[in-house]
Ligand binder design. Sequence first.
Ligand SMILES: NC(=O)c1ccc[n+]([C@@H]2O[C@H](COP(=O)([O-])OP(=O)(O)OC[C@H]3O[C@@H](n4cnc5c(N)ncnc54)[C@H](O)[C@@H]3O)[C@@H](O)[C@H]2O)c1
Length: 407
Amino acid sequence: MTSRTIGIIMNGVSGRMGYRQHLVRSILAIRDQGGVELPDGSRVTVRPLLVGRNEQKLAELAAKHGIEDFTTDLDAALADPQWEIYADFLVTKARASALRKAIAAGKTIYTEKPTAETAEEAFELARLAASAGVRTGVVHDKLYLPGLQKLRRLIDSGFFGRILSVRGEFGYWVFEGDWQPAQRPSWNYRTEDGGGIIVDMFPHWNYVIENLFGPVRSVYAQASVHIPRRWDEQGAPYEATAEDAAYGIFELDGGIVAQINSSWTVRVDRNELVEFQVDGTHGSAVVGLFGCRIQPRNATPKPVWNPDLADDHDYDADWVDVPTNEVFQNGFKQQWEEFLVSHVLDTPYEFDLAAGARGVQLAEAGLRSSREGRKVALEPGGALDSLDSVDSRESLDTLESLDVVES
Ligand SMILES: NC(=O)c1ccc[n+]([C@@H]2O[C@H](COP(=O)([O-])OP(=O)(O)OC[C@H]3O[C@@H](n4cnc5c(N)ncnc54)[C@H](O)[C@@H]3O)[C@@H](O)[C@H]2O)c1
């Protein structure tokens, strides 16, 4: 059987996501397994071109992984037809301008989220790509987590009956950087550098919610800078201007309410770093990155509130583990494989720049909700509308900026 090689420009491979998830665990893993099989039995293989600003770093990465091609000249790479796909893992701030160039060059685009810093720009990029006839893909990795794939199966099987609510807890403690180095880049904590947990996580919550439960109709969010001073990669102190925690309530089509806490200032007391509880009329589930436990209505205990008596019922024991009936591979790699197949066969790809823009829109609405202290409605296609009837604070005058809470 024949095989075709797809040249992929990989911009930002020295970064955390670019290196670990996209280069090593996805593209090199696909290369080393001999590519991806198409329905007719032929194979598509990949050839990465590493792009970045530091030639020496690129040369070291290329040598380490047996990669022939690297360059600091993005424009030349975009002008060269042997590279069909432009893939972007840059810091968020640098993304939109690079995507514009790639769209103008007619490349197929695959990118990390958020796709831009504002919803206006994100929707504009989606429109530009559509009118240029350019195929686009945006990372939707959380949907590929084994726990969320098990949840998908539960939903599809009708396990929940009518879904009522979703409660999500995401987060862990990110060290301040003084007495222990921080485990995330310092730009994450500076608004002026594209940081903030809302811009980072709400795009994820948007695609998780819209693909599993239905589109988000409104958001109320509280963004807080709990730790206003952190220390950067060089050990220098800086002011953390971006929120490190966000407490969000999302109303979905059909009346489902999703509440999701996102925090880099929380110590983990759950089985996994992200956990969602879904409650339905016929059953409930708690899912994490890998695990999934369920409780059907037929096995639901009947607690009675009595503050005078210690309750010795073992509530944990009421849940049943959902077995792992299939082999799950790395989610980033699985999505890359699906995108490559869609690129080669020219089939529609659902997780595109328009989907990415809806994620940015939710983040923008969340930030606005927090700033204005009110619920913000989301209009399909980009318009944001505040709901006047639901002011949740007494005075909006004092809410010019994010709340800063000393820890
Ligand atoms: N899908 C996910 O789960 C997930 C997780 C974390 C981060 N992300 C996203 O991935 C992107 C990268 O995040 P990261 O944590 O890997 O960051 P990082 O700081 O580790 O890497 C950023 C990369 O961008 C490059 N870069 C920095 N400034 C630049 C500039 N001005 N011009 C060109 N290149 C520049 C750096 O050299 C590096 O290669 C962000 O948009 C982030 O939101 C996604």
